[in-house]
Design a protein around this ligand. Structure first.
Ligand SMILES: *Cc1c(COP(=O)(O)O)cnc(C)c1O
Length: 642
């Protein structure tokens, strides 16, 4: 059996009875005595003064009579003062279609002398309480607690208000409630509605002000009004899911909606992490024009220098003439052109796999592949230095992601053993984009085979760059074993845009059916497809381009080492670790003044304290300009002025 317990405390002032405090609960019998005591203690220590009359009323409530409802969701609007609080309420009421919110707030003054709430017609503002002096008294309610209800002498305003508001908003015909406490020490009020939930407004009056009241807004027939009043005054209601504190979520007040992001940007500026862009006004070649200056470009991903190649440009122009400028749909609707299928065929042949599938970017390829293959029961083992698109793919998948130490097969194996996945994927950059080193592919594949996992490498910086003829990481390691998934991009050596996966027919069929970045995005445009197809053909037929790139990197590294800058790279990416982000930025700016355009890379792209200059070599650089540049870079890096 449950009991409803109510406490009302008052005192006589002159010949008037003055309300001091009240509270109520619905409790199991075992909790009743303790709570009765706590309620009396509370009545005797109220800020409004000493009562001369305390009424404790206890009534049995059989479980059958009780209606269970859920608590309204809670949010908080922080406001600077009572005026802003009132404005916040008005705008929330307007949001839910109450047109005369201002006039409603004016009515508040009339509630201060009332014991109960004012029931207002939401549209005509007619007062609907049968007894206007008394108002509507919402009663017979409590928080439904699964366990023993803790006893407390102090009032939990928030919980009690949320119980009441939840009951009110469940009443027939009630549109919203606005409440301001009459407790002089409690300035927080709220507005509640089905679609808003319970919105706390942190300031509705001055501290010490005894005014308070509540207004219920109603829409409905006379019959519904009577049902509403009966529900509020008589129905026993227990509210489920009442939280202890209101700190569940905070809605920022309307006058500083953008504050969080503004502050973030300001902080980036003061810490030197604010990002800006440099503008280039020529094609992406070994030399570019920027700010009217000719700069030696040592930062491009166009490794083979094909971005401006006449054959590639012509192929693209012809495709535009023949097929137009866009594909008009996703691959699975109207956007599958012959060019898509031809390029997929060529990529599969080039990578030596049975099949291939295109994505719109390398980023979308990683996100699509990993989210498609990584199910709830699987684990993705990801190198700590993997590209952001792999990280995002892991996040989008339902798989658990385990990060292993960079290229560390011992750590990887230990983690595989520890997590003993029934299914999983090992994923790694083939060439690490910020360090230029190469993944231990044989190690990854043998661990994958030993533990029945899939292996995947991202060849963004490998295709056209490593392996004697630029076929990538499989060629680099002597074509002995291939991973299950070879992912790559068309946007680097292949001088276009787009991404791809190469692998078994099963893999490709599965991705076509499930990879969301493939399915839900308009397919690549003809110009991009034709450019990539031509660039791929040039790469396949002119391996000397790759040799030139590899030789250029060798020349550049030899010069750097000869003049005292220690670094190495098996790919075309050369990192020079500086450490301090500010210093790396200053060096890059200084070198730009001297005609060299390279990138300064810092947190969050690389770990804090490992900021670096990142140099990317192209096949179209001249040997002597690389030697000269290496010397200038060394001068700047080794000088003590920074
Ligand atoms: C550039 C890059 C990508 C993304 O390719 P886009 O085609 O530019 O989206 C993915 N992975 C790695 C390792 C990259 O360097």
């Amino acid at each position: 059996m449950l009991y409803s317990i109510k406490m009302r405390a008052s005192r006589t002032k002159g010949n008037k009875r003055e309300h001091i405090s009240g509270a109520e609960k619905i409790l199991p019998q075992s909790d009743l005595c303790d709570h009765a005591q706590a309620l009396i203690a509370r009545a005797l220590s109220h800020a409004k003064g000493q009562p001369d009359f305390i009424n404790i009323k206890i009534e049995a409530a059989s479980p059958k009579e009780i209606t269970y409802i859920d608590a309204l969701p809670v949010s908080t609007r922080n406001v600077s003062d009572a005026f802003a609080g009132r404005k916040a309420i008005i705008s929330l009421l307007e949001k839910i279609g109450v047109t005369n919110a201002n006039a409603i707030m004016e009515k508040f003054k009339e509630t201060y002398s009332m014991r109960g709430a004012m029931l207002l017609d939401a549209d005509t503002l007619e007062r609907l309480e049968p007894d206007k002096a008394r108002g509507i008294r919402v009663t017979y309610m409590g928080a439904h607690l699964k366990e023993h209800c803790p006893v407390s002498d102090t009032k939990n305003h928030f919980q009690e208000a949320l119980v009441l508001a939840s009951k009110v908003i469940h009443a027939p015909g009630i549109v919203a409630e606005v409440c301001m406490s009459d407790d002089p020490d409690y300035v927080t009020g709220y507005v509640a509605a089905a679609s808003l939930g319970y919105v706390r407004i942190t300031k509705l009056k001055q501290m010490g002000c005894p005014d308070g009241g509540r207004i219920f807004l109603f829409r409905g027939t006379d019959k519904e009004r009577q049902e509403c009043i009966d529900y509020l005054e008589k129905r026993r209601v227990l509210v489920r899911g009442i939280p202890n504190t209101p700190c569940l979520s905070t809605i920022p007040s309307t006058d500083n909606t953008w504050k969080t992001w503004q502050d973030d940007l300001a902080k980036r500026k003061t810490t030197g992490l604010y990002r800006t862009m440099q503008r280039i006004t020529s094609p992406q070649c070994a030399h570019v024009e920027a700010d009217g200056h000719d700069l030696l470009l040592l930062a491009s991903n166009s490794y083979l220098g094909l971005a401006d190649d006449p054959r590639v440009k012509n192929a693209s122009l012809e495709a535009v003439e023949k097929y137009g400028v866009c594909s008009g749909g996703s691959r699975l609707t109207t956007g599958n052109m012959a060019l898509h299928e031809e390029l997929e065929h060529d990529l599969a042949v080039f990578k030596g796999t049975p099949a291939s599938i295109l994505f719109n970017t390398g980023y979308m390829a990683n996100v699509g592949i990993l989210s498609a293959l990584g199910g709830k029961d699987s684990v993705i083992f990801s190198d700590e230095l993997n590209h952001a698109s792999i990280i995002d793919g892991c996040r989008l998948s339902y798989a658990k992601t385990i990060i292993y130490r960079h290229n560390d097969m011992t750590d990887l194996e230990q983690k595989i053993k520890e997590f003993a996945p029934r299914q999983g994927i090992i994923v790694s950059d083939a060439v690490f984009s910020m360090d230029g080193d190469i993944a231990d592919l044989p190690g990854i594949i043998s661990l994958a085979q030993k533990y029945n996992l899939l292996s995947m490498v991202d060849e963004a910086h490998a295709t056209g760059v490593i392996g004697k003829t630029g076929h990538g990481i499989v060629e680099y390691f002597g074509r002995k074993k291939a991973p299950d998934i070879l992912m790559g991009t068309l946007s680097k050596a292949l001088a276009s845009e787009g991404g791809f996966a190469c692998g078994s027919q099963l893999l490709i069929d599965y991705l076509r059916n499930t990879a969301r970045s493939f399915i839900f995005s308009t397919s690549l445009a003809p110009a991009a497809l034709a450019a990539a197809k031509e660039a791929l053909s040039i790469l396949a037929h002119e391996p000397e381009l790759v040799s030139r790139l590899q030789n250029n990197t060798k020349v550049f590294l030899e010069t750097l080492n000869a003049v005292g800058v220690e670094t190495s790279s098996p790919s075309a990416i050369v990192p020079i670790i500086i450490g301090d982000a500010g210093k790396a930025m200053r060096l890059a700016a200084e070198l730009k003044e001297k005609g060299i355009y390279l990138s300064a890379i810092r947190y969050p792209t690389v770990a804090k304290g490992s900021a670096r200059l990142r140099i990317a070599i192209m096949a179209t650089h001249k040997e002597n300009e690389l030697r000269e540049a290496a010397k200038k870079i060394a001068d700047a890096v080794l000088s003590t002025d920074h």
